[in-house]
Design a protein around this ligand. Structure first.
Ligand SMILES: [Mn+2]
Length: 306
């Protein structure tokens, strides 16, 4: 059996991609099943409960060691629960990050705003029509990754396919996106450490273990009021997980700005050199920046010398 799975700290695009691509493979006659690497976030919960769909199950420890995987929405093994030798295929929209394999694998990567866009494109090529719920699921992946078509990662293909999916799903995308973003911004009852870890990606830049976490939110107030707590916990996560450098960006979904928090002095120096951000209190304001993948990670990668 082929397990279709997205990246660690799963987001909506990664979870929906796993579910929809497993259906695609099944349609091709393959024995595939979707799974998730860990608990989903509030936005993803909102999507699945609103559409009355079942969230895929969590991958087992045994499967992590022995299972055969089709990776969706990632190709960097640092962000995967799969073992490199057990990867059968990749479907993604992230930059290639150096995976070497011993035998040929299936691989399709396109610079699109979401993996869901790519899956819908493949379905269309095969003459497969998503039903109403499936269209809404795919749409939720695009909405989440492109911040409802506002992120710098949005392509004209994302926009075209988004509106096709809106027609099939028969939902008001603005209303649906609002519900998703409100759910995503609900941090009530969560520990700051878990918020920082919630969407944290690990990279290797110039031989250094660099972490960039983000929290996309419509409620900046919460972070501004808890600034000391934010910084204290970034340092804790940095130490506990052995990062050489750790950054945490609070993304203002409404205005498309990022408030980047450095862990320590070293990160302050890199932010000053890399971004033209204005320092406000403990964070740096990066105006018009909302994409870790396209606007935050690449310049940091260059800075650390890869
Ligand atoms: Mn994605």
């Amino acid at each position: 059996m082929l397990i279709v799975i997205g990246h660690k700290n799963p987001d909506t695009d990664t979870v929906v991609s796993a579910e929809m691509f497993s259906r695609f493979l099944k349609d091709e006659g393959k024995n595939a099943q979707s799974a998730i690497p860990g608990e989903v976030n509030n936005e993803t919960k909102f999507v699945f409960s609103r559409l009355e769909e079942k969230i895929p199950r969590i991958v087992t420890e045994k499967e992590k060691n022995e299972g055969e995987f089709f990776l969706v929405d990632h190709n960097d093994m640092r962000q995967s629960v799969a073992k490199k030798e057990n990867v059968w295929g990749i479907l993604d929209h992230h930059l290639l990050s150096g995976l070497r394999t011993d035998s040929p694998i299936y691989c399709r990567i396109e610079p699109l705003g979401s993996t869901c866009t790519l899956i819908y494109k493949m379905m269309k090529d095969r003459g497969m029509n998503p039903d109403k719920k499936e269209a809404a699921l795919l749409l939720s992946g695009i909405i989440s990754d492109t911040l409802n078509l506002n992120s710098a990662t949005t392509t004209s293909e994302d926009i075209d396919l988004y509106y096709e999916l809106v027609d099939i799903a028969g939902i008001d995308p603005e209303d649906f996106a609002k519900g998703m973003f409100e759910a995503k911004s609900d941090f009530s009852g969560m520990e700051m450490k878990d918020i920082i870890r919630g969407d944290l990606k690990e990279y290797e830049f110039g031989g250094k273990k660099v972490g960039i976490g983000v929290a996309e939110t419509t409620s900046l107030k919460f972070f501004k009021e808890n600034e000391n707590d934010v910084v204290e916990n970034i340092v804790k996560v940095k130490k506990e997980e052995g990062f050489d450098a750790l950054f945490f960006g609070v993304v203002d979904i409404i205005n498309q700005d990022t408030y980047l928090y450095p862990a320590e002095e070293e990160e302050v120096e890199s932010i000053k050199k890399v971004f033209k951000g204005r320092r406000e209190g403990k964070f740096f304001l990066l105006k018009g920046t909302s994409s870790r993948k396209k606007e935050i990670a690449p310049p940091l990668s260059e800075y650390y010398g890869t």
